[in-house]
Design a protein around this ligand. Structure first.
Ligand code: 26Y
Length: 804
């Protein structure tokens, strides 16, 4: 199957097609052509998995495992071909058969195993780990369905299942022989072992589920280093207790991996969510421990060989589960086990929003996982004791406790059981230590650190923006492609008029590409000569898509009422999914679509503005959207967005951040300078100061622009039904505008006006964009991963020469 020339590729492709589908290339369907190619690339990648594992087996060096309920991978074919350096060869080989590689690339659906930022970050990290030749694997669930697919019907979001496995997943390999048993329900049987004098804990009458791993190769760029993303799938176990309702059992098993995030607003949904969390960590730890013991006599040195990064608190039960394994399965004493366990885990926090901080009712965990619960209780008991001994402060003990008010606080469990706790941007980490986790910081300051997020420039610049890559290569040479810190060389050329012009041409080409994508897929027409102003991210009140559309409404009113009004033609693009149960968020989606419709049908308004809501925002859409944009809307209420990573994708492709001082915007503005981005609005401390005496109605009453825009939510301007958007109106006026939309509105209007001014001079604008690109090295996930390695993981880079 090996191929390194076009001819050997073509021969291998003919043979593989016959072997897979019993067909010649002429007889094969497009899907068969795609799957055959994927099969060959997978085989190629797996031969590198072998080389990598072989080497690691010999050195027995430390490995990092990234435990995450989400990996938002997107498509893999282009990325893998590019990373392997096979793209051109395969493209021209296929062309000889009359096959267009682009067409095959479009057959692949997104692997959407995640919600948003947290899941995409995990995917970027995998790419950087393999490329930097670091031993780091992913551990997750093999969901049967990804996050829902979003349709827009009558201007509203409708969710339908995302059938990402319909054509099969050509990248994975099933390993039934490495299955792990996972137990739920039942109870703990305690017996005395008179020989050792120790209590013996056994989880009995449990429901057993089989976790079967599927491995996907994670291909590094320009190296043979290839890691693994291990996805666990739940299947029926052979050990079914007698007299069990067989069908009920199968249904329960199937539910575990059915879907990314089943609705957790119901009791039933919460149980499934906890099952998912335990399922994939118990399976992951089971295989890690087994692997360790094949090479080491005991678990004594586990922390020297294994580090596990917890992506938010979703995998936090790992801490209790590893204790269980050491105590119950391998006979360790508590203190010895704890001293090892608490050196294995590191925890990343991704949010300060209280509704996203996981707290599980004690009863649920106790029912589902009786032994794990008893261990959490013991961790809590001992931790409470330690805090009291040090502080003699009962209030403090309650504030810091893991179990409190009949709930398990997963973040507290994560902090107590980890040796490192990090936030994902400088401001976010500061808020963690000053506010959310202040008590913990005072108690154990050495654990806390910042790791500002990053994105992989390979997917987000080199591969999805070939035109810009070519321009940059011509100007500063190809070195930045493999060492992204070199991108800064661009800085000396930002005043070069020719480069500025060429950049604007590249941007225009990317706009045409986006226009084509929108036309082909959604029959949407966009004027490529307009400013592309984009907000693309999950829909959430704190991200303030509402402020963006209110500003559009304000412009609409001006166009309608001021005879001499003028502005540069602007297309306001939105991409956003709302959680299915998030009523307000769904209303905002409807509002955006209704405003879009109204403007489309009004020639006077359509002369200046167009609003586009791109349905089903996902990684593949982002790959077209980000690099075609001029303006990057990053307008969350200061203090609320942990980091943001979309902001980095925009800047790297030469878009200007129109943003608040929040998350990584702060660091973007520090790097490019305040004059090369458009920062507006209240700062995080100002928001906190205002909170106690904020009266949103005052802003409404005192600013006629706000009054007019807000009133039009309930006067049938945008919907024939007057109460369609009453919830949004009430949120701003009656419920006092929790996210300070009205407080920041005036500054936002001004910021837009300044952006338009800057845009009016192409040379000035292009210069801003070029500075942003030149300063984007810091936001490469290669940098982020190096920081994790140095401060937290302490894993060793593999030499290329060792991977042959
Ligand atoms: C517990 C459950 C309801 C839950 C599920 C998903 C809670 C949180 C999440 C996801 C959070 C998330 O995606 N956070 C984002 O993480 C990014 C990567 O660090 C950040 O850039 C972004 O600011 C943050 O919102």
């Amino acid at each position: 199957m090996f191929f390194d020339t076009k001819e050997s590729f073509k021969n291998a492709y003919i043979e593989a097609m016959q072997n897979n589908f019993g067909k010649s290339i002429e007889q094969a369907t497009d899907v068969e052509k795609f799957l055959t190619l994927v099969g060959m690339i997978k085989a190629h990648a797996n031969s590198n998995v072998y080389k990598t594992n072989n080497y690691l087996q010999k050195t027995s060096q430390k490995k990092m495992y990234y435990f995450s309920l989400e990996f938002l991978l997107g498509r893999l074919l282009t990325n893998n071909l590019m990373n392997l350096g096979l793209y051109k060869l395969v493209q021209s080989g296929l062309a000889d058969f009359g096959i267009d590689l682009n067409k095959l690339e479009d057959i692949e659906g997104d692997a959407g195993l995640g919600n948003g930022g947290l899941g995409r970050l995990a995917a970027c990290f995998l790419d950087s780990l393999a490329t930097l030749r670091l031993p780091g694997n992913g551990n997750t669930i093999r969901y049967q369905y990804g996050l829902f697919k979003q349709l827009i019907v009558n201007n509203e979001q409708v969710e339908v299942p995302d059938q990402w496995l319909r054509n099969g997943n050509g990248w994975e390999t099933r390993h039934p022989d490495e299955a792990v048993k996972v137990k739920f329900y039942g109870h703990v049987k305690v017996t005395m072992n008179y020989e050792t004098g120790r209590l013996n804990f056994e989880h009995v009458d449990a429901q057993e589920v089989l976790a079967v791993p599927y491995d996907m190769p994670v291909v590094g760029a320009n190296t043979n280093c290839t890691n693994i993303l291990r996805m666990w799938s739940a299947e029926a176990s052979d050990n079914l207790p007698a007299n069990q309702d067989f069908i009920k059992y199968l249904n329960e098993v199937n539910q575990i991996c059915l879907n990314v995030y089943p609705d957790d607003s119901t009791v039933e949904g919460k149980y499934i969510r906890i099952k998912q969390e335990y399922f994939f960590i118990a399976a992951g730890l089971g295989s890690i421990v087994k692997n360790h013991l094949q090479k080491n006599p005991s678990l004594d040195n586990l922390a020297d060989k294994v580090c596990i990064q917890l992506n938010d608190t979703h995998p936090a039960m790992s801490i209790a589960e590893l204790m269980r394994i050491m105590l119950d399965d391998y006979g360790y004493e508590w203190d010895k086990a704890w001293s090892i366990v608490s050196k294995v885990f590191a925890y990343t926090n991704h949010t300060v929003m209280s509704e996203a901080l996981e707290k599980w009712p004690v009863e649920y965990i106790r029912t589902l996982l009786p032994r794990v619960y008893s261990i959490i209780e013991e961790i809590d008991r001992r931790f409470r004791e330690t805090v009291f001994e040090k502080s003699h402060d009962r209030d403090l003990v309650e504030r810091m406790a893991i179990i409190h008010d009949n709930q398990v606080r997963m973040a507290h469990l994560s902090i107590v059981g980890s040796f490192s706790v990090n936030g994902v941007a400088k401001l976010h980490t500061q808020i963690l230590v000053d506010d959310l986790f202040r008590d913990f910081f005072n108690f154990m300051p050495e654990k806390f650190n910042n790791k500002t997020n990053g994105i992989t420039q390979r997917r987000w610049l080199l591969y999805s923006n070939p035109e810009l890559t070519e321009l940059l290569t011509k100007k500063i040479g190809p070195e930045f492609q493999t060492d992204f810190s070199q991108i800064e060389k661009l800085l000396q050329f930002v005043d070069d008029k020719k480069l500025q012009k060429d950049f604007m041409k590249v941007k225009y080409t990317r706009k045409l590409e986006l226009c084509r994508f929108l036309k082909d897929n959604y029959n949407i027409d966009v004027d490529p000569n307009s400013i592309f102003d984009t907000q693309a991210k999950r829909l959430h009140a704190y991200k303030r898509q509402l402020m963006n559309i209110l500003h559009v409404i304000y412009l609409y009113h001006r166009i309608k009422t001021e005879p001499n009004f003028t502005m540069p033609k602007t297309t306001f693009l939105f991409g956003a999914k709302a959680a299915p149960a998030y009523v307000l968020a769904k209303k905002i989606i409807k509002l955006i679509n209704c405003v879009a419709q109204k403007i489309d049908n009004d020639p006077q308004a359509a002369k200046f503005i167009k609003v586009v809501f791109i349905p089903n925002y996902r990684v593949t859409v982002a790959e077209y959207l980000m690099n075609a944009s001029d303006v990057s809307e990053q307008i969350s209420t200061a203090g609320k967005e942990a980091s943001g990573t979309g902001n980095m994708k925009f800047m790297m492709n030469g878009a200007i951040t129109l943003g608040t001082m929040d998350g990584a915007n702060v660091e973007i503005s520090e790097r490019v300078g305040m004059e090369n981005c458009e920062i507006f609005g209240l700062r995080a401390n100002e928001i906190e100061d205002l909170r106690s005496h904020y009266v949103s109605v005052d802003y409404y009453k005192n600013d006629p622009r706000i009054m007019q825009a807000v009133n039009s939510l309930i006067d049938r301007t945008f919907s024939p039904e007057a109460d369609d958007f009453i919830d949004i109106y009430n949120d701003l006026i009656i419920r006092n505008d929790e996210y300070f939309v009205l407080a920041d509105f005036a500054a936002y209007v001004k910021a837009h006006e300044h952006i338009n001014e800057l845009y009016s001079d192409p040379s000035v604008w292009a210069r801003l964009c070029l500075v942003n690109i030149a300063k984007s090295a810091y936001f490469s996930s290669d940098r982020t991963i190096k920081d994790y390695v140095k401060d937290i993981w302490h894993i060793k880079q593999i030499d290329n020469s060792d991977l042959h």
